[in-house]
Design a protein around this ligand. Structure first.
Ligand SMILES: Nc1nc2c(ncn2[C@@H]2O[C@H](COP(=O)(O)OP(=O)(O)OP(=O)(O)O)[C@@H](O)[C@H]2O)c(=O)[nH]1
Ligand SMILES: [Mg+2]
Ligand SMILES: [Zn+2]
Length: 303
């Protein structure tokens, strides 16, 4: 029998068989899932698994295997030195952000865009809290994302502005909300699916950041079809599985210059005759996007 992983906690996974209303409480048979050896978490919300019912305990079961993921959103878990998947099998990855509280962090968005492309998921940016002040730099960055071909939605879960449009955009789709703590992921989810009552919490006044209210990913029904996954806010989105010379492929604005640098293996950091650096100087590439590229490159070089 197959089922979808809704959430997992302490090695117990809630798995929903197709067409059912109630999820089964499942453990991994034999404790180790061979499909996930080396991963931080063996299963993520949205994973499809094969299960076996526990004859002696109604409502319980054993997970035998995981189906190959169509796509995924994951990051590198620094502490455990392993990839951590936050959500799997998505139609859209919704990167939620806010203008001021918590502060807008384009570095985070750039990493989320790369990570979603790496996992073969289409990203969409949601600027929530538009009831708060938004400065010119933030607007400029969001316009730049649009120019790069990424969809950007504006909304406020506080006033309700733009929520209907977002709801329509994700109708019948399986999506995951990701973003820093406190940007309003769970608040938006509660507006879209009012039966959920996901816990939300105010921003810390002292640190202007969220309090990591959502502790584990959870998948719920998207009214009208599909699913929504709410993920815990992450402070850091470390990339993995990307080669230095591959990084440029995640920056579409660099594409016109591919193959035109003096060195064929140019990393576009300091090399003489670099066409990307020239384009940056001439204002053809957004300096802040280049700064993201540079920082990630340094990280990749340092392993
Ligand atoms: N002003 C304003 N506040 C909002 C808006 N959306 C959410 N909030 C508030 O922001 C705070 C954080 O919201 P949450 O939904 O808990 O944030 P989250 O992204 O789920 O955070 P984590 O679960 O910690 O990752 C709450 O106090 C919300 O009421 C908005 O559009 N405008
Ligand atoms: Mg939350
Ligand atoms: Zn170059």
């Amino acid at each position: 029998m197959k089922g979808t992983v809704l959430f997992g906690m302490n090695n117990i996974f809630n798995v929903l068989p197709p067409g059912e209303e109630v999820a089964l409480e499942c453990r991994i048979k034999g404790k180790i899932l061979k499909d996930s050896i080396g991963a931080y978490n063996p299963l993520a919300s949205g994973d499809i698994v094969d299960i076996e019912l526990d004859e002696n305990h109604p409502g319980k079961g054993m997970i035998l295997s995981r189906e190959e993921r169509q796509n995924y959103f994951s990051r590198w878990n620094k502490k455990r030195k392993a990839p951590q998947t936050l959500a799997a099998n998505l139609d859209l990855l919704i990167c939620v952000t806010s203008p001021e509280l918590p502060p807008f962090r384009p570095r985070f968005i750039d990493r989320a865009l790369i990570s979603s492309e790496r996992g073969r998921v289409t990203p969409l940016i949601v600027m929530n809290k538009i009831d708060q002040l938004m400065n010119e730099q933030v607007r400029d960055r969001l316009n730049n994302y649009r120019e790069l071909g990424i969809e950007v939605f504006y909304c406020s879960a506080e006033t309700g502005e733009g929520i209907e449009e977002l709801k329509n955009r994700i109708k019948e789709k399986s999506v995951a909300f990701v973003g820093q703590s406190g940007v309003g992921k769970s608040t938006i989810l509660n507006l879209i699916e009012p039966d959920i009552h996901q816990k939300t919490a105010e921003i810390s006044q002292k640190f202007s950041r969220g309090k990591h209210t959502t502790c584990y990913s959870i998948m719920v029904r998207n009214p009208g079809g599909g699913h929504i996954i709410d993920t815990p806010g992450v402070r850091e989105l470390l990339l993995y599985d990307i080669e230095e010379l591959e990084l440029q492929e995640y920056f579409p604005e660099m594409q016109p210059y591919f193959g035109t640098c003096s060195f064929s293996s140019c990393t576009h950091i300091h090399e003489p005759g670099c066409a990307v650096l020239e384009a940056l100087k001439n204002g053809k590439i957004h300096p802040d996007r280049y700064e993201s590229y540079r920082r990630i490159m340094v990280e990749l070089k340092n392993g």
